[in-house]
Write a protein that binds this ligand. Structure first.
Ligand code: GLN
Length: 230
């Protein structure tokens, strides 16, 4: 006797890489997950009547986990790209971001992407920043497990620049008190974050509908203002 359809999980396992403030991070004291993506995903869970269970993974482990159905979804400041969309499905975009270049405060010779030729660059592994840096002629690219480790390398003077999501680097400088580095130039790319799901996930419509509802009813705005007030 088939029970298919009756036992569909009401609990959604959602992967995130929690060192990407203000999108996802862990409270220093309690270890609890917090941030824009976390709050948004919880609101989506409420709207879609899905119980959200977060699973923390390295960023470059997220897509493999979706492909093997180890997790049901991922929210992790993940840029919607054509390449990723070949292996996972994306929700409608929920945040506009883009890459920014960070250098040491006293640096004057790097002002744009073109100035990165032949330079030493730190990036977070598996990210669009890593991808973009790999196209720069003569550059030496070092990969780190988190954006904050890449920024630390810059502060230590071991690299000339970091290529990372602009909102995250700016938040580190302006809100988290990271000292000795600045962002130069315009955003290098225009990127949109999406929630990633396994291909042919049954939850795609639920998540898109919930996102649409939150955008309409002010729920999204509330989350946005919590993390990007100023
Ligand atoms: N938005 C970038 C990407 O998708 C970085 C994401 C991240 O480091 N969490 O590659």
């Amino acid at each position: 006797v088939s029970t298919m359809g009756q036992d569909s999980p009401s609990s959604l396992k959602v992967a995130t890489e929690p060192t990407f403030p203000p999108f996802e991070m862990q409270d220093q004291g309690t270890g609890e997950l917090t941030g824009f993506d976390i709050q948004l995903m919880k609101a989506i869970g409420e709207a879609a009547e899905l119980n959200i269970e977060f699973i923390t993974l390295p960023f470059d482990g997220i897509i493999p986990a979706l492909q093997s159905n180890t997790v049901d979804a991922a929210i992790s400041g993940m840029t919607i790209t054509a390449e990723r969309a070949q292996t996972v499905s994306f929700s409608r975009p929920y945040f506009k971001a883009g890459l920014a270049i960070a250098v040491q405060d006293n640096n004057t010779n790097i002002q744009s992407f073109a100035d990165l030729e032949g330079k030493r660059i730190a990036v977070q592994i598996g990210t669009t920043g890593a991808q973009e840096a790999s196209t720069i002629e003569g550059a030496t690219v070092s990969s780190f497990d988190s954006a904050s480790l890449a920024l630390q390398e810059l502060i230590n003077g071991k690299v000339d620049a970091v290529v990372n999501d602009g909102p995250v680097t700016l938040y580190a400088i302006k809100e988290a008190g990271l000292q000795g580095v600045k962002v130069v130039g315009e955003l290098v790319t225009e990127e949109y974050y999406g929630i990633a799901l396994p291909k042919d996930s049954p939850y795609l419509d639920d998540i898109n509908n919930a996102l649409g509802l939150l955008i309409q009813n002010g729920g999204y705005r509330e989350v946005y203002q919590t993390w990007f007030a100023g």
